[in-house]
Design a protein around this ligand. Structure first.
Ligand code: GLC
Length: 558
């Protein structure tokens, strides 16, 4: 008999007879990065109580669900993505009772809760790994990770040539209980994050049990960390050459996007389906193509997968149109909703990505032109929220926050920053605690400072400063989410119909609705297509023609 500590949110709407429409198919899901959202106890670090107290803000913003990055017991080698105990809350974030209270309160406010699940690797502090090390070679627990003898005469070389995503070799040598150099273990990320061996039945069993634990706690779903990494190619074959990370995203690697992962998700789906109230899972799966991403959301697998191809696209009209078409086409055969995302805790905020020349990638240290970046970010947001499917919003983007590109080196905590040639490294810039008030200790984040320094002027971007100002980015998000909820042509449902438009302008219709996006740096004249609903910049709509300013999106009801 399962016990629901917090009652699940039930209620799905039926579109048409025979077609069940799950809440997640058009949901706007808000990512909370618990360290940096709100600090309830004044220790400078965000926590679950802080999140709970700010739930009314999220409700008022108009999102449907909250995804929380990890808050589990962890030595925090990778900001909590190194989990020591999947069923415990790190004291820095609170207790299981706090999690229960948060889930309950969220449900009362009609907000769903999605938690982060980290199945690719544990922390080195996980009990299994600690015992595996302690018991030495031959310990049965070593089978649950990837331990291998080294190559070379004395085992002094790593077992294969794989490189860590965070830079350096993907292997670390152990020391035997007697002090002699021992076997190596695999870690695709930091050395503190040993990869599980998913061929071992105990690993699969344990994660099925962890899923149930959180489902019993009442969560509405999971964001699956590194969902593409769980299964490794048989024999852990060499890749050849160095600079492998450059291949990521173009080729299927022996450690990513192996076909075997899908069997795991089929099993998970049966568990999710056993629970009432539409519980879902969303894959963090970086794959070479949207078609391969679609494999994760086949009808008997997960519900959604992040659209990283969309996130990686520059502010460029034709490129955006293409990625939208390709994404919708890839999802159609599997019947899954497309998802759209512009920012998260691993990439430079889009207000900064779009502030520089196109092609800057998902990580940049350049602040660029902030005014331009914000204008494009606002336009990009209205474009995203007009697309069919589900959208993800990362905390602070509704305030138009830029990335903090000039954090002092000694403040940085991203483990990748400290390893040479890593793929990431500047992720702290999007993780700076968000400003709630104009003044005060850490601008309302908490009463005890902030674990990453906030820049001067942060208070002017605060919730307090923007609330009630019709030109603010926060009010634009609030309006957009309200319109999206009410307008029958928005959210899930009908695909986009492209209309003819001047170069660099995207125009697409959905039932009773038209979206026009000027991605260029010059205003364009367009025929007024209907009644203006909302725009990301100043648009007049009182004549037969109007000017769509540079880098501006307008929504029309037609
Ligand atoms: C995912 C997370 C990232 C983390 C990595 C390793 O990509 O989003 O923050 O560092 O997995 O767990």
């Amino acid at each position: 008999m399962t016990q629901h500590l917090a009652a699940p949110l039930t209620g799905t709407s039926d579109d048409a007879p025979g077609h069940r429409h799950g809440w997640w198919q058009d949901a706007v899901i808000y990512q909370v990065y618990p360290r940096s959202f709100a600090d309830g106890n004044g220790d400078g670090m965000g926590d679950l109580d802080g999140v709970r107290r700010r739930l009314p803000y999220l409700r008022e913003l108009g999102v449907d669900a909250v995804w929380l990055s990890p808050f589990y017991a962890s030595p925090q080698a990778d900001a909590g993505y190194d989990v020591a105990d999947y069923r415990a809350i790190d004291p820095m974030f609170g207790t299981l009772l706090d999690a229960d209270a948060l889930i309950r309160d969220a449900h009362e406010l009609q907000l769903r809760v999605i938690v982060d699940l980290v199945p690719n690797h544990s922390s080195v502090e996980h009990d299994w790994f600690r015992r595996a090390l302690r018991e030495g070679p031959g310990s049965a627990l070593r089978q649950r990770y990837h331990f291998r003898p080294g190559k070379g005469a004395a085992g002094e070389l790593p077992p294969n040539d794989w490189e860590s995503i965070f830079g350096g070799p993907a292997w670390t040598r152990t020391v035997n209980p007697d002090g002699t150099p021992g076997d190596w273990y695999l870690h695709l990320f930091a050395p503190e994050q040993p990869d599980f061996n998913w061929e071992h039945p105990a690993v699969a069993d344990e994660f099925r049990s962890i899923l149930r634990f959180w489902l019993d706690m009442g969560v509405d779903g999971f964001r699956v960390d590194v969902a593409h990494g769980l299964v490794k190619a048989e024999g852990l074959p060499d890749i050849g050459g160095s600079g492998q990370l450059r291949l990521l995203g173009n080729d299927v690697m022996p450690f990513f996007d192996q076909d075997g992962v899908h069997e795991i998700y089929r099993q998970w789906r049966t568990i999710l389906d056993e629970y009432p109230g539409d519980r879902i899972a969303v894959a963090e799966a970086w794959t070479p193509t949207v078609e391969r991403t679609a494999n994760y959301v086949r009808p008997d697998e997960l519900h959604q997968a992040f659209n990283f191809q969309y996130l990686s696209t520059s502010w460029d009209g034709p490129a955006l149109r293409e990625v939208i078409d390709v994404s919708l086409a890839a999802m159609r055969p599997v019947g899954a909703p497309a998802t759209w995302v512009l920012s998260n805790h691993d990439v430079t905020r889009h207000a900064t990505r779009f502030a520089g020349p196109p092609g800057g990638g998902t990580q940049t240290r350049e602040p660029g032109d902030r005014t331009l970046g914000l204008r494009r970010a606002r336009a990009a947001t209205l474009l995203m929220l007009a697309l069919p499917g589900s959208a993800y919003v990362y905390q602070g983007e509704e305030l138009g926050l830029p990335d903090v590109t000039d954090l002092p080196d000694e403040a940085r905590q991203d483990p990748s920053y400290f390893r040479a040639d890593g793929q990431d490294g500047f992720r702290d810039g999007c993780r700076v605690p968000i400003p709630w008030t104009r003044e005060g200790s850490s601008y309302g984040f908490g009463s005890g400072g902030s674990w990453l320094p906030q820049p001067d002027g942060w208070g002017e971007l605060s919730v307090e400063a923007q609330t009630g100002d019709p030109d603010s980015t926060l009010e634009m998000y609030r309006s957009a989410l309200a319109v999206r909820k009410e307008h029958p042509g928005l959210g899930g449902g009908a695909a986009v119909e492209w209309r003819e438009a001047p170069e660099g302008v995207l125009a697409f219709g959905r039932p009773g609705f038209l979206c026009t996006v000027n991605t260029t740096d010059a205003a364009v004249r367009i025929a007024v297509p209907g009644t203006l609903l909302l725009a990301s910049g100043p648009v007049a709509a009182d004549g037969p023609e109007t000017e769509l300013p540079a880098n501006t999106t307008a929504w029309w009801t037609v």
